[in-house]
Design a binder for this molecule. Sequence first.
Ligand code: ATP
Length: 355
Amino acid sequence: TPLIKKQAPIPVAMYGGRNAVTMLPGGGIGPELMEYVREVFKYAGAPVDFEVIDIDPMEESSGAFEYAITSIKRNGVAIKGNIETKSETAGSTSRNVALRNELDLFINILHCKSFPNVPARQKDIDVVIIRQNTEGEYAMLEHESVDGVVESMKVVTETNSDRVARYAFEFAKNTGRKKITTIHKANIMKLSDGLFLETSKKIAKLYPEVEHNDMIIDNCCMQLVSKPHQFDVMIMTNLYGSIVSNVVCGLIGGAGILSGRNYGDHYAVFEPGTRNTGTAIAGKNVANPLAMLNASVDMLNHLGHKRHADLIQRAIYKTVSEDQILTPDLGGSAKSTDVVQRVIDHILQADMRPW
Ligand code: ATP
């Protein structure tokens, strides 16, 4: 019997050879970064039409969020910035979390790979973080039981732990990765993290060709900072995933570089890896456009437009690692638009344009 349960194919909208993709710019630097993506796609000739939906952070009842969910269900694919939740009404919850739950995007993948020649605290990192994306500490089940006492539930299910572990081992097998480390705190949270750890150990037995070990989250953070090259693929619950992703991004060059992918059985959503809003730097032409451009490359690969994806990826590589056109977060003095312009120049010069 197959190890992976047969999954329904992800439906992808396609009209006249072009894909329709939902675009949720979100707040802060989201809208300007999306503008760069559209500009780069125009010059690369990427066959994608965006259905842009703005979600007002102050207005919870406008219907825009529900429209966004419907649109992603229709198109199958989305690219997004961080949606702010500013309303302080009781019970208002993060719509980023709600969106992932609603679409059952149970996996988040962050491929943390160093860019050559970018100033960073650690070099030559190549780690894949696979994170449970819909439960754990993000179950959003918090309440004040009596005055001054708040309880918050962390939910771990065998079903989702199983899905994450199987996904990770299949991923390792298919991409030639050698080792998976389960990150946990099962010494303290014996039931919840215990279940996540035990499930991954059980699945590991089905994949003898992939080495498996485990590490406590505290030690993991220390090891990542001091000896990150020992890691290959890591799996973990939701909140640890957020923290560890930020640690590794910090080692590689910050929040502005890497992209993250969210997958379920049916839908795929692409976004900057650390999911920042960047309110303080919005509108100043200083935000690093790379994380969102890398998310757009991931999206093109997912849609099967590999030549367009390669074209943009190579143009990014040349701009960053060869020409060293870097925004201030990477120690450079280039404007966001300088980086985008150079990426477009490389696309126009490339003799491997798809037409
Ligand atoms: P918020 O926007 O939620 O009020 P913030 O702007 O202080 O908070 P985050 O959005 O969480 O912080 O981002 C964390 C840090 O990463 C900030 O210093 C932000 O400027 C930086 N950052 C995030 N995205 C980028 C980017 N694309 N380019 C450069 N710096 C970035």
